[in-house]
Design a protein around this ligand. Structure first.
Ligand SMILES: C[S@@+](CC[C@H](N)C(=O)[O-])C[C@H]1O[C@@H](n2cnc3c(N)ncnc32)[C@H](O)[C@@H]1O
Length: 270
């Protein structure tokens, strides 16, 4: 991570990101996609860039053995504390980098890359992270990877009125043109250094690493436009989730929301 991203995560706010606003939708949808794609429990899952354990701990509660690695010391501390307090603790929590995993080859059933790929801004680094995921997976194992869509900041700029801000308008213009998101102002709501993928480019990166790719699918999709009132209403929320599910692969809608998820299977030898 560059210095801006290190400072951003050193604030230690990642553990509350998924509990409010459209963060909740990201959490519900990611949880259902993990249930769809991960092998049945008990499986060995390596959550790379797992932060404070938002997905790792519920997966451990479902019977998986989950190992979490993250390069941010504050995340490792938070994940260790949460694991120690959980009825089903994590298998291990350690500092680590997606590009150089300290795990033997063919040793895990699933790898989560829910964050590292968008923080690795060079294609070569993303390829290294994907080839590490491929290496540590047993044949037949799966990687579930997240990308931020190329137009995520543009959507925020329009929906939240931030386009009126000269600095944010410049950031958005660069994002749309190059995919390289850089927030020198360090305003936390504007995120931090990242690469924003086009959907087809994301799938191509997984395929180039040797994976048989399913997806990408939209995580929030049309739900990106949902208000808090809609998400708070249990009936409307279920209708929204059904709508997002039904449209999750529509090519014309893939870039509408903030995130994409894809699943890659390491092929078994013939
Ligand atoms: C937005 S957070 C997502 C956290 C969690 N996986 C989730 O989906 O909510 C991105 C995470 O990626 C981690 N990260 C950034 N660069 C990484 C790298 N090179 N290797 C592993 N993790 C990385 C960050 O420390 C952070 O915890």
């Amino acid at each position: 991570m560059d210095e801006l991203a290190e400072d951003y995560y050193a604030r230690g706010r990642e553990h509350t990101r998924l509990t409010s606003g459209t963060g909740r939708l990201e959490f519900w949808r990611t949880t259902e996609l993990l249930a769809r794609w991960l092998p049945a429990a008990p499986a060995v899952v390596l959550d790379v860039g797992g932060a404070a354990g938002a997905y790792a701990l519920p997966l451990a509660a479902r019977g998986h053995t989950v190992h979490l690695v993250d390069p941010a010391p504050v995340h490792v501390e938070q994940a260790r504390a949460a694991s120690a307090a959980a009825p089903e603790p994590l298998g291990s929590v350690a500092l680590g980098d997606a590009r150089d995993l300290e795990w033997p080859g063919a040793s895990v059933d699933a790898v989560l890359l829910l964050g590292p790929l968008y923080h690795l801004t060079s294609a070569a680094d993303r390829a290294r992270a994907l080839s590490e995921a491929f290496r540590v997976l047993r044949p037949g194992g799966v990687v579930v990877a997240a990308a931020i869509t190329r137009w995520a900041s543009a959507l925020d700029a329009v929906a939240r009125g931030w386009l009126a801000d000269d600095e944010f308008a410049r950031i958005v213009s660069d994002d749309v043109r190059t995919g390289l998101h850089r927030n020198d102002s360090a305003r936390p709501g504007w995120f931090t250094t990242a690469y924003f993928h086009r959907p087809e480019e994301f799938a191509a990166e997984l395929a180039a690493a040797g994976f048989a790719v399913e997806g990408p699918v939209a995580v929030e999709g049309l739900g990106e436009l949902a208000t808090d009132d809609l998400l708070d209403d249990p009936v409307a929320r279920e209708r929204l989730l059904a709508l997002v599910r039904a449209t999750e692969r529509e090519p014309g809608l893939l870039g509408l929301g903030g995130h994409l998820l894809a699943c890659g299977t390491r092929p078994s030898p013939p």
